[in-house]
Design a protein around this ligand. Sequence first.
Ligand code: FE2
Length: 370
Amino acid sequence: MTANSKAAIAERLSEARARTFELIEPLDDEQLNTVYSPILSPLAWDLGHIANFEELWLVQTIGGHEPLHGELGRLYDAIENPRRTRGELPILRDAELRAYLADVRERTLEVLDSVDLSPDAGDPLLREGFVYEMLLAHELQHNETMLQLLQLVDGYESEAVDAALAVETAGEGPETIAIAAGEYEVGAPERGFAYDNERGRHGFELAAFEIDRAPVANAAYAEFVAATGAEPPLYWERGGGEGWVSTAMGRRAPVDPSDPVVHVSWEQADAFARWAGKRLPSEQEWEAARPQLQLTGHAWEWTSSDFLPYPGFRAFPYPEYSEAFFGPEHKVLRGSSWATHPHVVRASFRNWDLPQRRQIFSGLRCARDA
Ligand SMILES: [Fe+2]
């Protein structure tokens, strides 16, 4: 059975859904409907949006079916409905919401039965199962967004979350990696799933630079806060004495000095790097150095790069995925966080956000000119 056989796709869709349900399992309907922050959707919106995106692509677009609930999709359009408005929308809730997730999935599996997924399929959405890969990635990425909100839910408990939060101890190695000047290849290869913003793979000229092998740790960040009076990361509060505690999920857990720092904004990351006599790496430097870095997978890493199209960019399958966000107002993050599903992680993956955001699982690594 290949990764893209229909049985494998159905299995992976069901695994992703199981993870979504696992995350919300400890919550009641009231918590699913609560607006915890103006910059994060209530979880009920995320759930309806996950189902609606599936319906739009896998049932309406691929299967040619009419939507189950008429104009409902407008409420789940991420661009039409900014996050601060989502709690007020007449979205599906409670039992109706659960029924919609199940009804869409039933139709998705019917359509999957009838489509041609061969490599020479006429529709580029179907070729090599692209649209199914997109759907899987979408749900798994929304799981990470849901985990951002779950940091605000007092008393939230999940074994899966605690397991993901455990940081692997760092291997031995040099403090910095020297990368020689030259042309490096960046971007996603021709084959395999990637988003439009990762294509096409192209050469990029880099001057010689050095990059830290490890991401910045909590201890170094605490030193920076103490020395400059900079704001601590989100969810840090003073513990007893010198230390800090993390208040995420309503806990008061001591901040481990050796863990990578997380929940810092681009502005803070940039200020830290300057204070340390270094700078943030560009995303091309990050990608060129990646095989030699210690990638803990604990926190996304801010880069100095604006989110811009690669040469020859073509929007696919829709401009609102990437193109609508290109420009100097968004900064690129690379790597992955503890909340990122391994299926979503790849060398060319470009995450992006506003420079002041820190509810995301964001940290940094420093670089400098050689
Ligand atoms: Fe989405």
